[in-house]
Design a protein around this ligand. Structure first.
Ligand code: SF4
Ligand code: SF4
Length: 470
């Protein structure tokens, strides 16, 4: 059996100011009795290190909103109030609670718990209208996700053969294509925002530590990253291939930006890269309204890995009104089904990105038909960044982040991925799936709200409509 893949989280407090929905304030009437230190099992209340006779400021980061300390303080000295800076944070997709959950996961790498039960809606747009079938929950998770049962999250990138051909003597005739194996179905992407030097370095180091790769503009791959060639995927336009020969030479994967001209030029571009290195080629395709056509044509032209890139909220990039844009769930399903129809699904690897905001989105995107996913914004949120959707997309980094040492910044991203890996194992274990490769397009394990709604109420409403029209 292969060695178990494991991500090693460690507590990594940033020590910078976060903005939380609520803040806990200790009033002047506190008598430092220490009762709150005993009642809060999340250790939000501690005594001051320099003077243990007095209480330290409450640590809101770990608070799970159970209100126990507030109820049990003998002096009524604790108060939980809404933080005014929290208003306007996130938006319809990047919900504020999502940001808080990601900050917390980056803090210690633990799987999030709400502590007060789930109070949100049970359906919504995109991945929120999809549930995973957990009916196998009693079997593989019996002794925990890190127990004896081995659940593999490994995936391969590259072309696969539909069948093997052997000669009359039983020798393999088919040329088996090269593939790249990753231990987790998540690639990193370098966000378009201006990044400080420590954050850029940490992105590369975190990708290397967890065994995945980061897609970054070839022009940003400076000599200091020379030791990380296996973990960096240079991204460039076809005309830049010659300029970036040195980085392509050492890379395992190269990402090429799609353009109309590339469609007819793809064999030549792949050949040009192959002359420089053995790297596999990823074609990055914007998720526009005809993306399934583009992907099918690329796959027929020999593309081995295709990366579908939606916007930061997982929406289609076609300039249509927001209400008409498809979301990543439907985009990936449409592309997957189109490739299945054309009988070439197994010959191409699909990466989905844009709107992968929580761990559960990874297996959900795979159930829709992706082989793996790519993320950027969640890695920035792990560093305390805030996303704003209105009036326009904004990513605000906490002040002082540029001064945080690289190992600490790296550890926060590793922690986030550790928490996501555990959650992916939980979901797979509960579904009775032990191989992430088997998640791809396994739609029988997904429950889609629109299908359930149609099957349950469709007939009823159809009859009603007919009755009204009579
Ligand atoms: S329980 Fe109340 S009075 Fe006692 S230390 Fe905590 S905040 Fe202060
Ligand atoms: S509300 Fe609950 S979780 Fe939060 S600090 Fe108080 S006791 Fe701890």
């Amino acid at each position: 059996m292969p060695k178990k893949y494991h991500i090693h989280p460690k507590p990594a407090p940033l020590g910078l100011e976060y903005v939380f929905k609520f803040k806990i304030v200790r009033g002047e009437n506190c008598i430092n009795c220490g009762k709150c230190t005993k009642v809060c099992i999340y250790e939000a209340h501690k005594r001051r290190k320099e003077d243990p006779r007095r209480m330290a400021d409450p640590n809101t980061v770990v608070c799970r909103n159970c209100f126990r300390c507030i109820q049990e303080c003998p002096r009524g000295a604790l108060e939980k109030s809404l933080d005014k800076d929290f208003a306007g944070i996130g938006g319809a997709f990047w919900k504020p609670d999502m940001l808080i959950s990601l900050w917390k996961q980056a803090e210690d790498g633990k799987v999030p718990v709400s502590g007060a039960g789930y109070r949100g809606p049970f359906t919504g747009a995109g991945f929120d209208s999809m549930w995973t079938d957990m009916s196998e929950i009693v079997r593989p998770t019996r002794d925990g996700i890190h127990g004896r049962e081995y659940i593999s999250t490994s995936v391969d990138l590259g072309r696969r053969l539909n069948h093997l051909v052997f000669d009359a003597e039983g020798r393999l005739v088919s040329k088996v294509p090269d593939t790249v194996d990753l231990p987790i179905p998540i690639l990193f992407e370098s966000p378009t925002a201006d990044l400080s030097a420590n954050v850029r370095e940490a992105l590369v180091k975190a990708a290397a530590e967890i065994g995945t790769c980061i897609i970054m503009p070839a022009a940003d791959i400076t000599p200091e990253f020379a030791g990380y060639s296996d973990s960096i995927i240079p991204c460039l336009a076809p005309v830049e291939i010659d300029t970036h020969r040195a980085v392509i030479e050492k890379a395992r994967l190269v990402a090429i930006k799609h353009s109309d001209a590339l469609m007819s030029d793809l064999p030549r571009v792949r050949e040009e890269i192959r002359r420089i290195s053995h790297a596999l080629t990823i074609i990055r395709v914007p998720a526009e309204n005809d993306v399934e056509e583009t992907v099918a044509r690329l796959a027929h032209s020999g593309a081995e890995i295709i990366h579908i890139v939606a916007d930061y909220c997982g929406r289609e990039l076609n300039g249509s009104p927001v209400s008409e844009q498809r979301l990543l769930k439907d985009i990936v399903r449409a592309v997957h089904l189109r490739l299945v129809e054309d009988r070439i699904r197994d010959e191409v690897t699909l990466i989905a990105s844009g709107g992968i905001a929580m761990a559960e989105h990874v297996p959900k995107a795979m159930l829709c038909g992706a082989d793996l996913t790519a993320i950027d914004i969640p890695l920035m949120i792990a560093l305390g960044a805030r996303v704003y959707e209105k009036p326009e997309k904004q990513l605000i980094f906490p002040e002082g982040l540029a001064r945080i040492p690289v190992p600490l910044v790296t550890q926060r991203m590793v922690n986030l991925m550790g928490a996501w890996h555990s959650q992916i194992l939980e979901v797979m274990g509960a579904m009775g799936i032990r191989e992430a490769r088997r998640l791809r397009g396994e739609s029988g394990r997904a429950i889609l709200f629109e299908e359930v709604d149609r099957d349950t109420f469709g007939k009823l409403f159809k009859n009603n409509r007919e009755a009204v029209s009579k």
